[in-house]
Design a protein around this ligand. Structure first.
Ligand code: ZN
Length: 274
C-alpha cells in the first residue's frame, strides 16, 4: 500500500502513460487533482500534460510543509548554534519594561528590508500608534543566553466585539540581547509564518518607541516595576456608529515623532467634500 502511494506520487513518462488502462489513467489524473471526463485520447493528453504544466499540487504542498517544518527548527537555533526553547514552553515572563533590550528603527529596517526583502511592513507603525499592541512580555531565556524573547498580543486589523471568533494575534520575536538584531519572528495570523506580517512590525515599533522613551527618561527606573499602560491598554474593539460630521480625521506621520496630526473636521470642512 505504502509503495503504491509512493509510486502514484511520481510523474509518469509519456511511454508509461500510453500503457495505462482507462481506470489507471483516471486514478492518475484524480491523484493530481485533474478532471477525469472525456474519451481515452483526451485522458491520455491530459495525463501527459500534468507534468508539463507542473500540476503536481501535492508535491508543491509537501515541499512547502517540509520547508516550513525545517524553518520552525532553524528559528530556534541561534547563529552561534545554541538551541532555544520554544516561547510556548517558557514560564515566568517579565512585565518590567526596563528589562527589554535596546531596539531601534534601524533594527526594523535591517530586519524587513535587508533580511526579509520587503518594505510594506515599514508602514505597520500605524498598528502600534492605534494601540493594537498590548500585553508585551519579555523572557531572558537564561543568564548566559545571548538571545531573548519578546512576545505580545496584537488586535486584528478589523476589530469586532466578538473576541472568540476574532481573537488577538500572538506574536513573538527572538532578539539578540546585545545588538537588538532580530533572529526570528512568528505570528499566528495567516501571513505570520512568512515572518514578516504587520503584527510583527507593530511589535517592533513598540520596542523601538520603548527604547526611545527609556533614553529620554520618560520611563525612569524606579523601585516599582515599570509597566507601560499604553501596552496593556489596547483600544476598544467595539466601534460605535457616529455621524460623519462628528468624525475626526487623522493623518499618520511616519517620522520620528509618534504623535499623529489631528485635525478636527468642522461641518463646513466636511460639506466641501459632498
Ligand atoms: Zn501577523
Amino acid at each position: 500500500m505504502a509503495s503504491d502511494e509512493k509510486d502514484k506520487d511520481r510523474y509518469l513518462s509519456d511511454i508509461e502513460i500510453d500503457k495505462l488502462s482507462v481506470v489507471q489513467l483516471k486514478d492518475y489524473l484524480r491523484f493530481h487533482n485533474q478532471y477525469v471526463s472525456g474519451n481515452n485520447n483526451e485522458l491520455v493528453l491530459r495525463a501527459k500534460g500534468v507534468q508539463k504544466l507542473g500540476f503536481n499540487d501535492r508535491q508543491v504542498h509537501r515541499n512547502a510543509e517540509v520547508n516550513y517544518e525545517k524553518r520552525k527548527t532553524e528559528k530556534l537555533v541561534t547563529p552561534l548554534g545554541e538551541k532555544l526553547p520554544h516561547p510556548d514552553v517558557l514560564n515566568t515572563w517579565s512585565i518590567d519594561l526596563m528589562d527589554f533590550p535596546t531596539f531601534t528603527d534601524s533594527d526594523i529596517y535591517n530586519y524587513f528590508v535587508l533580511k526579509m526583502n520587503t518594505k510594506k511592513q515599514l508602514r505597520s507603525k500605524v498598528y502600534y500608534v492605534d494601540r493594537h499592541v498590548h500585553s508585551i512580555l519579555y523572557h531572558e531565556i537564561s543568564d548566559k543566553c545571548e538571545h531573548c524573547f519578546v512576545k505580545c498580543k496584537v488586535l486584528p486589523s478589523l476589530p469586532s466585539a466578538n473576541v472568540k471568533e476574532n481573537p488577538d494575534h500572538s506574536v513573538w520575536l527572538c532578539l539578540s540581547k546585545v545588538t537588538g538584531q532580530v533572529h526570528s519572528a512568528e505570528c499566528n495570523c495567516t501571513a505570520g509564518s512568512g515572518e514578516a506580517c504587520n503584527h510583527i512590525g507593530a511589535l517592533m515599533y513598540a520596542l523601538s518607541d520603548l527604547t526611545a522613551k527609556k533614553k529620554d527618561g520618560t520611563l525612569a527606573s524606579t523601585s516599582k516595576k515599570c509597566v507601560w499602560d499604553r501596552f496593556n491598554n489596547p483600544r476598544k474593539r467595539k466601534l460605535t456608529p457616529k455621524k460623519s460630521s462628528e468624525l475626526t480625521f487623522r493623518k499618520h506621520t511616519f517620522e520620528s515623532k509618534l504623535e499623529p496630526v489631528e485635525k478636527k473636521t468642522t461641518e463646513k470642512n466636511f460639506l466641501q467634500f459632498l
